[in-house]
Design a binder for this molecule. Structure first.
Ligand code: ZN
Ligand code: ZN
Length: 401
């Protein structure tokens, strides 16, 4: 039987500052505006007023997992998102293939190495150092993740990714425990191991012959420790699924026990219509479907106003009609603002709308930062989202008798 369901569309980094309009104000988006006119709107601070969210912590909070309690660090979320299996106590990192020359980092992305060129390098990079098993997996382009599995490890270690070209850096322990010291030591040994293995790789000799930058160093960052957390169904008694492309969003969803349908970019283009169709289909079976669209955040980081506006128009055309047809209630918001004038995340609120026959409507007619300030939801925080969803689904427990 088809459940009463909610599709939660998160448009990453959609909020903005007026320059002189915001991208949402400038975009032609008749479908979203219709949902706003028929629904209820407001302004949303995922982690609280003025707090600048990361995408990872914001999404955890949206799903009712307070980051102070449940955030494991970025590494494990990325590793889960690319399909790696983790065990409690594993230390995981995000990785980049880079190019080093004369002991200096000359490119953080190995000349923007492509997925099909990076995948064959994967086979060189899993190993065992002392009593620690190291498991590496390449994902998309220069990206990947690595797991350290063994006794006495800690997530309190610095990155071996210097985050800019120039001097290479060594990992250092970030506290004075023997665990952090051991992990930093293994990390530095692994850095040497990877430089040797990649330096001798046939694939890299061929790259150099073809005048491409060799992927001869693996840079690690974002250490985190994996642990098991109570699943979404245990905590909220609703079946939930995620439809996303980016590893992080799939990883967050897997971490909290949602079913994940991963639709990564094709030829570097985000395939938003397929995502919308998949979300609508998932809403036939799941009570909550989390649909993630990334593009607006990238445009915000690039300071690309036109790109952000066009992405919103594309979402309006290629996502909204499909999810609306599903008959599910719809919630649209973002995980934070990424103003084009800042080229970075900011602590400004994001507009939110709820379109549901189980919810009220207000007088707001357009979905943007200025109009939604007048909406009936008022100003809400991340911790309000799950109660609102449970109420719409009629799954909220009565408080008192
Ligand atoms: Zn984000
Ligand atoms: Zn971002």
């Amino acid at each position: 039987m088809k459940p009463n369901s909610v599709i939660l569309l998160i448009i990453d980094g959609v909020g903005d500052l007026p320059t002189p309009k915001t991208a949402l104000q400038a975009a032609k988006k008749p479908n979203m505006d219709k949902l706003a006119a028929e629904g209820i709107t407001g302004m949303f601070s995922p982690l609280g007023r003025g707090i600048v969210p990361g995408s990872d912590t914001s999404h955890l909070q949206i799903f009712g997992y307070e980051p102070e309690v449940f955030y494991p660090g970025r590494g494990p979320l990325e590793a889960l998102g690319i399909g790696m299996e983790l065990k409690p106590g594993d230390i995981a990192f995000r990785t980049n293939f880079g190019t080093a020359k004369d002991n200096k980092l000359v490119d953080r992305r190995a000349g923007r190495i492509q997925t099909e060129e990076a995948q064959p390098l994967q086979k060189y990079l899993s190993t065992k150092i002392d009593d620690v098993e190291i498991i590496f997996r390449a994902s998309v382009d220069h990206r990947g993740a690595v797991i350290f599995r063994g006794p006495g490890l800690s997530r309190h270690v610095s990155d071996t990714d210097p985050h800019e070209t120039g001097e290479l850096v060594k990992a250092i322990p970030l506290d004075n425990t023997p665990e952090a010291e051991k992990t930093a030591k293994i990390l530095n040994k692994y850095m040497e191991f990877s430089m040797n293995a990649l330096g001798n790789a046939e694939e890299n000799k061929l790259r150099e012959k073809n005048k491409k930058l060799p992927a001869n160093i693996l840079l690690l960052r974002g250490a985190g420790e994996y642990r098991e957390v109570p699943s979404f169904i245990e905590r909220f008694s609703i079946e939930a699924a995620c439809v996303a492309g980016g590893a992080l969003y799939c990883g967050v969803s897997k971490y909290i026990g949602m079913d994940v349908f991963r639709l990564p970019k094709k030829n570097n283009v985000e395939i938003i219509r397929e995502k919308a169709v998949a979300a609508a289909k998932a809403a036939e079976k799941y009570e909550l479907v989390f649909l993630h669209v990334k593009g607006c955040d990238n445009c915000g980081h690039d300071g690309d106003f036109k790109g952000k506006k066009e992405m919103i128009e594309k979402i309006d055309k290629e996502v909204i009609p499909f999810i609306k047809k599903s008959g599910a209630s719809i919630i649209i918001t973002g995980d934070h603002s990424t103003p084009v004038s800042w080229k970075a995340h900011s602590g400004h609120e994001v507009p939110i709308l709820i379109w549901s026959k189980e919810e009220r409507y207000d007088k707001v007619k357009k979905f943007d930062e200025l109009n939604c300030m007048n909406g009936g939801l008022g100003h809400i925080n991340g911790c309000d989202i799950m109660p609102l969803i449970l109420n719409i689904l009629k799954k909220a427990e009565k408080y008192g008798s």
